[in-house]
Design a binder for this molecule. Structure first.
Ligand SMILES: C[S@@+](CC[C@H](N)C(=O)[O-])C[C@H]1O[C@@H](n2cnc3c(N)ncnc32)[C@H](O)[C@@H]1O
Length: 282
């Protein structure tokens, strides 16, 4: 069974391989040595619940997205920091990630541009000063759009931040920089990666050790294992650590771990897509 290690202030790198670390990712990363991992694939919380629109405000029962799983936030993280604080926190996380990757290492950092109060919140604010090489657009599936004022948002960004010597796996450059992958619909975590998206990243790289500091339900580890790579997962919520453990170990009932399962939904797909992660913050 994949072990969940409790972070208690110190940790040895060797001990982290193919483990789930329950702890704060900044604290854990600060305890890992320089240049120790090949690839980082991660999606931090997007700070969605500090929305200026009413669609995603926490504890409101209104808005078009009142049923969105993410509206309740994560199990142990509120996702509503003041904007400056969020940017500074994410910059600290990316700085640690840059310290951890090898000379030919890469970070695939998923986040999303937002418009708030009529102003662009471009995630360039997080990534300025780091070695950004390319921006991949992840295009999710469409759904029914109830909002007469907006085109239906379906895209997010995956920022490839990497050191000079990073090269794609042979043949991976036949992909374009727009990836159409349907969002995940059966995972009880409120904002999971679709496995297909991470498979695409892992198979486009050759690195052996893959880290996800915002591990969530463990999709990065599941994919790493599938392609014969090692993983290190860090996650703040124990509930999600257990969910990740169950998935990594191939337990058939993993979709019942946690309290928010959408597995048994009888709703048609188009309706379920409405309540999926990242519905955007009108
Ligand atoms: C967008 S989700 C990641 C989902 C993941 N990619 C998956 O496929 O399930 C972000 C995750 O970061 C976790 N998180 C929030 N703050 C954290 C912190 N300081 N350290 C570690 N994890 C944190 C949340 O609990 C949440 O599970």
């Amino acid at each position: 069974m994949t072990s969940i290690l409790e972070f208690s202030g110190e940790i040895s790198f060797e001990n982290c391989i193919n483990k789930i670390i329950h702890g704060d990712c900044l604290e854990v990363m600060r305890n890992l040595p320089n240049n120790c991992v090949d690839v980082i694939i991660t999606s931090p919380p997007y700070n969605l619940l500090n929305s200026t629109g009413n669609g995603l405000k926490k504890n409101t029962k209104t808005g078009k997205w009142k049923n969105a799983a993410i509206k309740n936030g994560y199990a142990e993280y509120e996702d509503n920091m003041p904007y400056e604080e969020y940017i500074n926190w994410q910059r600290e996380c990316v700085a640690e990630m840059c310290r951890l990757i090898k000379d030919d290492g890469a970070i695939f950092y998923n986040n999303k541009n937002r418009v708030q109060n009529g102003l662009l919140q471009n995630r360039g604010e997080i990534l300025t000063g780091f070695p950004l090489r390319q921006i991949i657009t992840w295009k999710r599936s469409g759904a029914i759009n109830f909002n007469p004022g907006y085109f239906l948002p379906t895209t997010e960004q995956i920022y490839l931040v990497c050191n000079k010597n990073f090269k794609l796996a042979k043949g991976a450059n036949k992909n374009t920089d727009v990836w159409e992958v349907t969002q995940e619909m059966k995972n009880p975590h409120p904002a999971p990666f679709p496995e297909e998206l991470i498979d695409k990243i892992v198979s486009s790289t050759t690195g052996k050790i893959i880290l996800d500091p915002f591990g969530g339900s463990g999709t990065t580890a599941v994919s790493a294992k599938k392609f014969g790579r090692d993983f290190i997962l860090i996650e703040k919520s124990f509930e999600y650590c257990k969910l990740a453990q169950s998935r990594i170990d191939g337990k058939e009932d993993w979709r019942n771990v946690g309290n928010n399962s959408r597995e048994n939904s009888k709703q048609p797909l188009q309706e379920r897509l409405l309540v999926l992660p990242f519905p955007d913050e009108y």
